[in-house]
Design a protein around this ligand. Structure first.
Ligand code: 13P
Length: 335
């Protein structure tokens, strides 16, 4: 399999020196739920103001190497008329874009989903690259229940991830491959470990078949945890050990970086888990960092509350959490 010059450099630059990714690619409907839950009106302008607050936080480029946007944001300008994508690039932060079209029920697999968005993807990637994006993201979701995820669900989603990743590389964008095993459910950590291992194996089989260059991609997996509804939550140490075990078994060392999603974990716990993973002894051939959405944003969003006079306070919260997560990516966090 040939390596693609350029893609590997971009992938490594995003996660260099303890940096990680801010996932700010919530769809209009998801961000609207998060804003209205805090009594903030969701308009194109309030969404722009919120993203601008995050992207312009002083000092953040030390901890955040890439930001994932979605379609509305990548076309928006700051209050001063600077395209948000240029605001990021001007600070040395690499702009990225979510390109999947969301999940739909998977025919023949009741209760399961497949991520759509392959039709016309080549042309959309071309446009996003012209707008300034240098990497992309596609998220597949898997739920744990009796008999789920099913083999057809794993196969359909792994195949779509591989077709997306190959198209990204063809268009000169680094694909972030995100197979998310959801935390909802009452399952034990062991079940999450088994399912995540099967999902990752299927994903890498499909990436190989699609001739995706592993050096020019990033993997965005869930950590291995017990389900939210489980009476027995695992310790930080257990989560770290199980997560590293699964990655060691199923992720080739050619992948330059693994950037975890937070998946609804409490922000402090998401920091502690990442730190514990990096602090473990033993071979870790990939850079292990973060691509958090809620865990990076929740405290800042709470502090902002939609009020312009609260912007500095919200930026301080965001800066602090990004600093913590960056320390965790280096395995040096302590608090
Ligand atoms: P969370 O960290 O909130 O899970 O979001 C990351 C993400 O990009 C999910 O697709």
């Amino acid at each position: 399999m040939p390596t693609t010059p350029g893609l590997g450099e971009t992938a490594r630059a995003i996660i260099a020196d303890g940096m990680g990714i801010l996932a700010a690619d919530e769809t209009v409907s998801t961000i609207t739920k998060r804003l209205t839950a805090r009594a903030i009106e969701s308009t194109a302008d309030s969404r722009r103001a919120y993203r601008e607050l995050l992207f312009s936080t002083p000092g953040i480029a030390e901890f955040i190497g890439g930001v994932i946007m979605q379609d509305e944001t990548i076309r928006q300008d700051s209050a001063e008329g600077i395209p948000l994508v240029d605001l990021l690039a001007g600070r040395g932060i690499i702009p990225g874009i979510k390109v999947d079209a969301g999940v739909r029920p998977l025919a023949g697999a009741p209760g399961e989903f497949v991520t759509e968005g392959l039709d016309g993807l080549r042309e959309r990637l071309e446009e996003y690259r012209e707008l300034g994006a240098r990497f992309a993201k596609w998220r597949a979701v898997f739920t744990i229940r009796d008999g789920r995820p099913s083999a057809p669900c794993i196969h359909a989603n792994a195949h779509a991830l591989a077709r997306y990743a190959a198209l990204c590389q063809e268009q000169g964008l680094v694909p972030i491959v995100e197979p998310e095993v959801l935390m909802e459910g009452a399952h034990a950590l062991e079940r999450c470990e088994d399912v995540t291992g099967r999902v990752l194996q299927a994903v890498f089989n499909e990436l190989f078949a699609a001739r995706v260059s592993l050096e020019g991609m990033l993997l965005k997996p869930n950590m291995i945890t017990a389900g939210h509804g489980s009476a027995r939550q695992a310790s930080v140490e257990e989560v770290a050990e199980a997560t590293l075990r699964v990655l060691t078994r199923h992720v080739p060392p050619a992948v330059p970086g693994i950037v975890f999603l937070s998946g609804g974990q409490d922000p402090v716990l998401a920091t502690e888990h990442l730190n514990a993973i990096n602090a473990l002894e033993g071979p870790k051939p990939w850079t292990l960092s973060f691509s958090y959405g809620r865990a990076l944003q929740d405290e800042a969003l709470e502090a902002w509350a939609g009020r312009s006079e609260q912007v500095p306070a919200a930026q301080r919260m965001f800066h602090h959490r990004a600093w913590c997560d960056s320390a965790a990516a280096l395995g040096t966090y302590s608090e």
